[in-house]
Design a protein around this ligand. Sequence first.
Ligand SMILES: *Cc1c(COP(=O)(O)O)cnc(C)c1O
Length: 380
Amino acid sequence: MSNISAYFDNGATTKISDRALEAMLPFLREQYGNPSSIYTLGREAAKAISRAREQVALALNCEPGEIFFTGSGSEANNWILKSYGNIIMSEFEHHAVLHAVKSDSNITLLPVYDKGFVKVADLKAAITPETELVSVMFANNEIGTIQPIAEIGAACKEWREKGVLFHTDAVQAVGSVPIDVKAMNIDMLSLSAHKFHGPKGVGALYVRKAVQKSLSSFIQGGAQESGKRAGTENVAGIVGLGAALEEAVAGIDAKNAALLAKRERICSAVLALPKVRLNGDLQSRLAGNLNFSFAGIEGEALLLLLDMGGIAASSGSACTSGSLDPSHVLLALGLPHEIAHGSLRITMSRYTTDEEVDLLLAKLPLIVERLRTMSPIWNN
Ligand SMILES: *Cc1c(COP(=O)(O)O)cnc(C)c1O
């Protein structure tokens, strides 16, 4: 077993819920039929997938026929970004959006300013009759800021006749923020089970019925997922996704209220330390997300000492740690490189306990002080 006694990296992945795991187990054991087979064992697997499709549709307020299961959130994003050529997106999208575009695509990047929000006026100024896709993430994975998605949806809807589509990478938001794809005028949305206490390696893409014609099939082969994504389905994973999402969206407001109380405790304690800044606005932000920069400190060193103290957190996103490049998200906020390097992302979930918060608040100030006494930058 690991030495982790406090887990603050729910933005990277989450613990699977008991309910999701229990729902999956039969499909890893005795219910192993292929959903495309016509005998009972196969039909039961197909029925389980249909039920999961209904659970996702209910959570997003769409039709089951508008949900396509994928192998990850990254795959859902790639599917959309590779299907269009003239795209407007924010400059702090996840790399599974930014790096997924085709080499000959025409890309316009929208700024996110110091607080971490796209301005709808910038979008309106950027849309032209040639625009095919607008892709703006629902909530940012590093700083948690929730974008004005309903306003962006309304702006895109005015261009619907001209063929402008609106996609949102909602991988951080689904299960944490109430989402209604109809009311918000979202044409396409990506989600991923392991970010809301489901299993890894399974995601989904919502595509509004009327725009499905424009969507190319992503994997060729069999007729799975309405002929658009071939390959025998990850039955257990899909079942786990559906169960986890149903559980995540139930009582979402109460769960967020509990998270906000923990967030407030951490935020006031950390901001009381010298030379620290909070990255991204506190208004319109995921209830479980905090992101700080500490002057004079390397994010990687901070993570290592926290880990030695049994605390898991991250600096930038898990995908960029391991590289020494500062986070493109923090740079997009206008932070200088050396400040972007000293960042700490703390992400909680409904399983985060007060004891975990206590441990973090007991260790973090000492670690920050220790690193600063060793830091030549700080001592200058
Ligand atoms: C985690 C994440 C992804 C990638 O999802 P995977 O299922 O891990 O591929 C994409 N976008 C955002 C915003 C994420 O947080």
